[in-house]
Unconditional design. Structure first.
Length: 194
């Protein structure tokens, strides 16, 4: 569709109903069929999924290959969509993609923020490629995330496009993902999907 959502050469078969009505019925059917399972909405329409899907992927994909993409799509999503957390659904800013392409000192911070944010924590990693230290830190992160925590609050969001100061459980934490060295990591961002 890109920028021409209304220029598609086809339509839904029931033209007597709006797209929103049809999509909402689809979401209701999925929710009813899931019984006691938790549903994570990804590439779904958030306000239509609210109340039906327990978790909502609220941003675009993060990347284990491009730190810049994780910084933009993960950290920013967590910061700027946090008001929806616990109101419409559990807010999921996407996973920590642990690979050798992103320096651990950057992913470690992302892991720490997500684990202590009060939101769901998802990690994508090949356990065979994790160092012993990384395995311990991932385990600690899941332990932290398993406890009920207040929602993390970005403190510098009014003047920082990628908040680095966060209030987490009453204390202020400073993350370093805005420096020049950080910004040059993963310069091939347009190839994040490969």
């Amino acid at each position: 569709m890109k920028g021409k959502a209304h220029a598609l050469p086809y339509a839904l078969s029931d033209t007597s109903r709006t797209t929103a009505e049809i999509v909402l019925d689809l979401y209701r059917t999925i929710a009813e069929a899931s019984k006691d399972s938790l549903i994570i909405g990804c590439n779904t329409i958030g306000h239509l999924a609210a109340g039906l899907f327990e978790i909502q992927r609220t941003g675009d994909d993060t990347s284990g290959r491009s730190w810049g993409r994780t910084r933009r799509m993960g950290v920013n999503t967590l910061a700027f969509r946090m008001p929806q957390h616990g109101t419409l659904f559990s807010h999921d800013a996407d996973c920590v993609g642990i690979t050798s392409a992103v320096p651990w000192e950057l992913n470690r911070q992302w892991l720490d923020l997500l684990a202590n944010s009060g939101t769901p924590l998802f990690v994508s990693a090949d356990h065979r490629e994790l160092s012993g230290q990384q395995k311990r830190e991932v385990q600690q992160a899941f332990e932290a995330a398993s406890r009920p925590l207040p929602a993390a609050e970005p403190l510098d969001w009014m003047y920082n496009s990628c908040p680095s100061l966060w209030k987490i459980s009453g204390e202020t934490r400073n993350y370093s993902w805005n420096g020049e060295a950080v910004l040059t990591t993963g310069t091939r961002d347009h190839e994040w999907w490969r």
